[in-house]
Design a protein around this ligand. Sequence first.
Ligand code: HEC
Ligand code: HEC
Ligand code: HEC
Ligand code: HEC
Ligand code: HEC
Length: 304
Amino acid sequence: MLKRSLLFFLIFSFFWIVLPLQSNGKKLDLPTGKLIDDFDEFVETFSSRKCMECHEEIYEEWEESFHARSMVDSIKGIANFFVVGVPKEWQKELNKKEILKCLDCHLPQIKYATERLALEIADLMIEAKKAKEAKDEARFEKVKAKLSKLNITCYACHNIVVHRSSPGWFGEPDPQAIYTANEDVEAEHPTEYTPTLKSAAFCAWCHGVYVASDGESTMCNTLSQSYYHAYISLGGRKTCQECHMYAKDRGHRFPGGHDLEIVKEGIGFQAEIKGFRYGVGKWIPAVNVEAFLTNRAGHRIPDG
Ligand code: HEC
Ligand code: HEC
Ligand code: HEC
Ligand code: HEC
Ligand code: HEC
């Protein structure tokens, strides 16, 4: 009898101790790779918030980055492409395939949206642009709040696009793993090692010319081309990560053209100033300024 109650006690304590450990939200649910049709489920599945509780500092850095605003910062340009570029200039119907020509980089998880949801997201961009043009601030803010939940999340870089620069070499990523550039990591979630995250090619896939599945190319920005042609080919050695992440502990903030500190770093300024006087009869003091601007960034600036 005593033995039995001890057994019950042990079983009870086991569940009492172990179950709460598993159910206090610590477990990370990774996406399954299935297409999603519901907006809220889509946001929740790929959200960076899922990583926040354990990687708080990185989350805060990421939140400040332009990667966290990859949709709201580009509403006008992207909506124009959807309402003018695709239907009027290219005479094509707007569908997921056309939407991918912008959002494959601006919202990589769009890959896992159904055709219907992809169109719903495109419509939100269009609605935001229209509200802005109609100066309907209340409507604009409402749509923008929804759009701000869509961005380049942790999972996008640490899974979806991780092998895009060299698909033949590494193949499709496993949706149920988090990819890292470090070997033998012990984490609370499955991790896989990949060298790509340390390479410039990883960033260049998004920060360069895009070739769509139908062979058409989108030239949103050409920064990476100048990285290879005007920096690496002239003896530059640094990767994007070295200047934009490791230097000054910039981490996941990825400062660029909107950050005065890194902008100053990119421009060398040297000036020669000569004073002189000119004029007939009266002498007018003047200066001759010769300024030399040198580009110290790893590519052409500004870009876009
Ligand atoms: C339950 C806590 C927890 C959650 C939630 C979590 N992680 Fe982690 N993660 C860890 C721990 C612990 C490690 C190993 C120690 C470390 O490197 O921080 C780790 C390691 C990593 C690494 C490898 C770090 C390295 O040193 O190479 C990456 C990348 C990573 N996590 C990304 C993510 C992403 C992306 C998410 C959200 C989709 C996420 N993690 C959610 C706990 C968590
Ligand atoms: C290959 C990936 C890629 C594709 C495809 C892409 N973009 Fe971009 N887009 C970027 C990157 C990277 C930036 C940031 C560039 C920078 O700051 O140098 C950007 C920035 C922008 C901006 C903001 C520019 C600014 O001045 O703030 C707009 C608007 C934009 N893109 C519109 C589009 C449209 C419209 C399409 C589809 C026709 C598109 N993008 C397709 C990668 C892409
Ligand atoms: C734009 C792409 C991008 C996004 C978005 C991104 N990461 Fe990273 N992350 C990287 C790259 C690249 C590295 C590799 C740096 C290295 O080791 O060379 C990295 C490294 C890491 C590491 C390991 C090393 C370190 O710096 O501590 C962790 C952990 C991590 N990321 C977590 C996250 C989390 C959590 C988020 C979202 C809040 C996130 N990342 C968003 C690109 C990204
Ligand atoms: C999934 C595509 C994607 C990947 C991968 C990516 N970026 Fe970006 N990045 C973007 C987009 C899109 C923007 C612009 C968002 C906007 O303003 O609309 C951006 C913005 C930036 C900015 C800010 C530019 C500014 O004007 O302030 C910097 C810096 C940057 N990225 C560097 C990097 C580096 C370095 C890497 C590689 C470690 C990287 N990115 C990987 C898509 C990407
Ligand atoms: C040698 C250091 C260095 C390297 C290497 C480098 N960058 Fe930069 N980058 C800078 C500096 C400095 C700036 C700020 C200059 C400015 O915008 O005036 C900058 C600006 C940017 C911007 C903002 C451009 C704009 O027009 O506002 C983006 C995006 C960017 N870099 C992405 C990348 C990517 C992607 C790579 C790799 C392919 C890379 N960088 C390699 C130093 C570097």
